[in-house]
Design a protein around this ligand. Structure first.
Ligand code: GAP
Length: 453
């Protein structure tokens, strides 16, 4: 099941501590969000799942965590200073600003006036001063995508790891875009995170690798609980391709506000390393790159068979963390009509993504023995290292079940008077709501089974 509207998700996310409007108590800033106690866990779990599948489960990908502030020359060479723009129009009537390509019938969405300025390019990169004097002479950009530092670190990584093509470099981190019209909750924001892989291949093998990564990425989203029937891999039309791309497949997802891009998988050819390399003329660079008179480093690699050097091609799966969260929240969101006439809201996350892995609930919050046993169970499960386990000591079982359904906790474990006699606990399963008695000595194994793929 999915949510019937974005409002349902926004409301649950605020009520249960997933996502808040940033700077809320001062009126908020558009396009910025904060992640609360549940949101930070969900986000970390999603990023960890991506990292695990990219870096830990493979032997051909290395990780990187590079700086966010970027030297302007990097983004000049990459083409961002010239081309990373959206067409901006002003409404002369109400003074609001819009993206020209998102207007319907050239009409201001605010006041419905057609009295608009001509579109002009608006660069989406944020600038900030570097050093103590803000006189414009020394500035940096907040990176608009995480991948440029992967390209500028290419030689550092090949030298320090002895990697040879084909291999990849993965990075998760913040990116910033001064979107003209941030909207649809966390779908289009000004500060977000990307999970990007740059996979370096030999020219000629790029089409096959591109196909490989499209299939891999769709399969990965499925393992995060995103139904294949809501995913639409879509070939981007030639006229719509980014300046660096020979071919791009966008994985579109049916979000509550409509079908839009969740992840893009681009064949970036030799554009990136070709743009950032020293001595461009030494290589047979196939893409159109800006002349580089600043780079200190050659980024070509050896073709050992032919005893030549070449610039590797790049296949790039690039996913937004926030869009991933929105898709996962939407897929997990379920409303059930229960036999007793009640309605329950439950987030049916895959257990590895659940913010809380298990809630341990002492039936009587004032009973020392019961509370001590619950604490011991919490500590033991916590030490298994599968994520956050929580001791719920509010004493109201019904309320606890409702809260943990709504934040997607796979199991609730209740410690009661019987536990003191027979050392067993009641375990309630989130999805089936079935309750069963489990002996404490089997509990670790019982719990761990939820997280084994
Ligand atoms: N390095 C390639 C690149 O950045 P992109 O299509 O501009 O390509 C990749 O961005 C992904 O980043 C998108 O598929 C989307 O998931 C996410 N993304 C881009 N802009 C975003 C924004 N303003 N808010 C949230 N996510 C965004």
């Amino acid at each position: 099941m999915t949510a019937s509207s974005m409002e349902e998700l926004v409301s649950l996310c605020k009520r249960r501590g997933f996502i808040f409007q940033s700077n809320d108590i001062y009126g908020g800033i558009k396009g910025l969000y904060d992640y609360g106690p549940m949101g930070v866990e969900l986000k970390n779990n999603l990023k960890q799942a991506w990292w695990k599948s990219m870096v830990y489960e493979r032997d051909d990908i290395e990780g990187l965590d590079a700086s966010i502030l970027s030297a302007p020359v990097v983004l000049q060479q990459s083409g961002h200073e010239d081309t990373f723009t959206d067409p901006l129009v002003d409404c002369k009537n109400c003074k609001s600003r819009w993206r020209a390509d998102q207007l319907i019938n050239n009409t201001c969405p605010e006041c419905k006036s057609k009295n608009l300025t001509d579109p002009r390019p608006f660069n989406l990169m944020f600038k900030t001063a570097i050093g103590p004097v803000d006189d414009g002479s020394s500035f940096a950009y907040l990176r608009p995508e995480t991948c440029q530092q992967i390209f500028t670190n290419f030689k550092n990584i090949t030298d320090s790891t002895s990697r040879v093509v084909p291999f990849g470099i993965a990075q998760i981190g913040k990116a910033f875009r001064n979107e003209i019209t941030p909207r649809n909750f966390i779908f289009r924001v000004r500060e977000f995170e990307q999970m990007e892989l740059e996979f370096f291949v030999k020219p000629g093998s790029d089409d096959a690798w591109h196909k490989y990564w499209v299939e891999k990425r769709i399969a990965w989203w499925e393992t995060q609980g995103v139904s294949i029937k809501n995913l639409y891999p879509t070939e981007v039309e030639k006229a719509e391709l980014s300046h660096y791309s020979k071919a791009t497949v966008d994985i579109m997802y049916e979000f509550p506000h409509g079908k839009e891009e969740l992840e893009g998988i681009a064949n970036r050819t030799d554009f990136d390393l070709g743009s950032h390399t020293k001595n461009q003329k030494e290589y047979n660079i196939t893409s159109e790159v800006k002349k580089n008179e600043h780079s200190t480093t050659k980024l070509g690699v050896q073709n050992l068979d032919e005893k030549t050097t070449y610039i590797p091609y790049v296949i790039e799966p690039s996913a937004g963390v926030e869009r991933g969260l929105l898709a996962i929240l939407n897929e997990a969101y379920t409303i059930e009509n229960l036999e007793n006439g009640n309605i329950r809201t439950v987030l049916k996350f895959k257990p590895h993504l659940s913010p809380i892995k298990a809630a341990v609930i002492p039936l009587k919050k004032n009973n020392e023995q019961i509370v001590a046993k619950a604490k011991a169970i919490k500590n033991e499960l916590q030490n298994l290292g599968l994520g956050r386990v929580i001791l719920e000591n509010s004493g109201n079982i019904g309320k606890n079940y409702r809260r943990h359904d709504e934040i997607g906790t796979p199991i609730c474990i209740t410690v009661d008077f019987e536990t003191l006699d027979d050392d067993s606990v009641t375990v309630r399963d989130r999805d089936s709501m079935n309750q069963e008695r489990v002996s404490s000595k089997n509990l670790n194994q019982f719990y761990q089974k939820y997280f084994i793929k």
